[in-house]
Design a protein around this ligand. Structure first.
Ligand code: MG
Length: 200
């Protein structure tokens, strides 16, 4: 039995923090794990900035609602979900993903969660488990699934390499050059064809 595990940001939707920085007009929020590799520190810094700008969960969700999935992403997911089960595995937070999941037709997503006060202020965050994508793929395999995985970034390589079939999608030249053994695609039609071939 197969199950497809897809990364979200960079694959189905734009990078949320970068798109959010543009939509909200707060350029500091473009800082990513490339600039600050300590994710915990980066998130605390981001939450501080949100607080300074008086942005709570409602304002953030309203801004994220203006961000659209990548062109063709919904059609790709709709087609794939007719053929097999699909789970989106993401390091984002369910409250940020929600407006985007609505635009993608409410697919299943496993991600992390924000701690939100009654006032709407984001007071903290909880990560689901360490190495969440690889850990989840291993968990699915332990209950009888063969996994097929696709993603664009370093943190997707674990689940890609641990799966029956794995693909890079809309990745960087550096990652593709470092991993010539992983088939890489840029178009949803090519990724869909490759996943369908791996389902048999
Ligand atoms: Mg990504």
């Amino acid at each position: 039995m197969n199950i497809v595990c897809l990364d979200m940001e960079g694959v189905l939707v734009p990078e949320i923090w970068i798109a959010f920085a543009e939509a909200s007009g707060i350029p500091e929020l473009k800082r990513t794990t490339r600039d600050e590799p300590d994710y915990d520190k980066l998130m605390r810094w981001r939450l501080d900035i949100l607080k300074k700008h008086g942005l709570g969960i409602r304002e953030i969700q309203a801004t994220i609602a203006r961000i659209d999935p990548l062109p063709g992403a919904k059609e790709f997911l709709d087609a794939l979900r007719k053929d097999t089960q699909v789970i989106i595995l993401s390091d984002t937070f369910e409250q940020f993903a929600k407006p985007l999941m609505e635009k993608l037709g409410w697919p299943t997503i496993f991600c992390n969660t924000l701690e939100v006060a009654d006032s709407g202020e984001i007071t903290g965050f909880r990560m689901r488990c360490p190495q969440s994508k690889l850990t989840t793929v291993r968990g699915l395999q332990s209950i009888g699934y063969d996994t097929i995985a696709a993603g664009d970034s370093f943190n997707d390589l674990g689940m890609i390499q641990a799966s029956k079939a794995g693909f890079l999608f809309k990745s960087t030249d550096a990652i593709k050059a470092d991993h010539p053994e992983v088939p890489a695609y840029e178009e949803f039609s090519d990724l869909l064809r490759a996943i369908r071939a791996a389902l048999d």
